[in-house]
Write a protein that binds this ligand. Structure first.
Ligand code: PLP
Length: 382
């Protein structure tokens, strides 16, 4: 037996983690500026998170969604409070793709319509509708192809308005990342999100804010879309929600009504996942991690702007930058020689998605290692 070979792997086995550090099976320490792809929100193996999951494990790990689970209501209340979306309803699932799949389905049920507007370079997941709304034909299987998705350019208000003017009464939803992650960190402008809100209001469509990667406090607001000052109708969440425990969900505006059987899941909302998610919110509140993400994100962006060889910086504590052509091996050098994990976006954007609890000391350490890596590469190319 072997694993289905779909991931190009780094030849490193990570076996231990704490805060913003991970260790391999040989005891080598690494600085984690990638957060396992934006998943680690409060820091690896945070003691409160470990304890809450352990306590829950001793009480009950699982029962189906056929009985009342008070911990789900607790999580809904905690999410209403921390997100500021007071009357929104919560549906729980297990991943980002599932969250978007349910959001899109719900928008279609709610409006009775079929067409979805998504944007160029968007990534919304790999399940059937989520992948159809993802602008990457290489991961869309023939069976997922559909005429129901309309791709428009990001931040192009006239194109959005023209599309609504032409077929607004067929549009079920507009789905958009507040900051496109997989694409390489491209922000939706406030004016664009406001225009989406208005078009959805004018034509009775549902505004879906994909917050799977950019949400959960990463940009200094609970949802990156909040910077625009308008509400979405549905927010999808996943990565930072469980700090590594698989959980996803959608927050649904009060005017969208549930019907029995409309959505459903076996594992979604299980007590263990809810305990993990509650621990995340508790630590975020207690340690003011949204504020920390804002402060450290601004500090890191400022420092990167002043770093020679770095071409472009975008994002909050969700940062993308490119290196001058001669320095394009920098990710490999950072990992192999300077023991720093970073993320990438094709073709050559380096993505930083550290824990929201990252300290200034760790950011400074990263900056020193980046400068040393740049110097090493420059020496080689002289
Ligand atoms: N939406 C966005 C914006 C993402 O970045 C991702 C994953 O990278 C997803 C959805 C899919 O999430 P998952 O991999 O948990 O299905």
């Amino acid at each position: 037996m072997s694993l289905f070979n779909v991931y190009p792997l780094n030849p490193i086995a990570i076996t231990k983690a704490a805060g913003s550090r991970v260790w391999d099976d040989k005891g080598q320490e690494y600085l984690d500026m990638y957060g396992g792809h934006a998943v680690i929100s409060i820091g690896h193996t945070h003691p409160h998170w470990v304890k809450r999951i352990e306590d829950q494990l001793h009480a009950i790990a699982f029962y189906s969604n056929s009985v009342i689970m008070p911990i789900q209501a607790q999580l809904a209340d905690a999410l209403n409070a921390i997100s500021g979306k007071k009357d929104f309803q919560l549906f729980l699932c297990n991943s980002g793709a599932e969250a978007n799949e349910n959001a899109l389905k719900l928008a279609s049920f709610h409006t009775g319509r079929k067409k979805i507007i998504a944007f160029k370079k968007a990534f919304h997941g790999r399940t059937s509708l989520a992948v159809a709304a993802t602008d990457n034909p290489s991961i869309v299987a023939p069976v997922n192809e559909t005429d129901n998705i309309i791709f428009l350019p990001l931040n192009d208000i006239p194109a959005l308005q023209a599309c609504f003017a032409q077929q607004g009464n067929q549009i079920a939803a507009v789905i958009i990342e507040g900051i496109q992650g997989v694409a390489g960190i491209y922000e939706a402008t406030d004016a664009f999100l406001q225009a989406i809100r208005k078009a959805c209001d004018d034509f009775g469509a549902v505004y879906i804010a994909d917050s799977v990667q950019c949400g959960y406090g990463r940009t200094g607001q609970f949802f990156a879309h909040d910077h625009a000052g308008v509400n979405a109708d549905i927010y999808s969440m996943a990565k930072g929600m469980g700090n590594g425990f698989p959980i996803g969900g959608i927050l649904i505006a009060p005017h969208i009504q549930a019907k029995f059987g409309m959505l459903g899941t076996t594992f979604g909302g299980n007590p263990l996942a809810c305990a993990a998610a509650l621990a995340v919110i508790e630590v975020m509140q207690q340690d003011q991690l949204i504020e920390n993400a804002k402060t450290q994100g601004a500090y890191l962006i400022d420092a990167l702007k002043q770093t020679k060889g770095v071409k472009l910086v975008r994002g909050g504590l969700m940062i993308g930058f490119e290196m001058e052509e001669v320095l394009q091996d920098i990710r490999k050098i950072l990992l192999n020689d300077f023991k720093v994990f970073t993320g990438e976006a094709k073709p050559n954007v380096i993505r930083l998605l550290p824990s929201l609890a990252i300290t200034k000391t760790d950011i400074d350490l990263f900056l020193i290692r980046l400068q040393d890596a740049i110097a090493q590469l420059q020496e080689k190319t002289v």
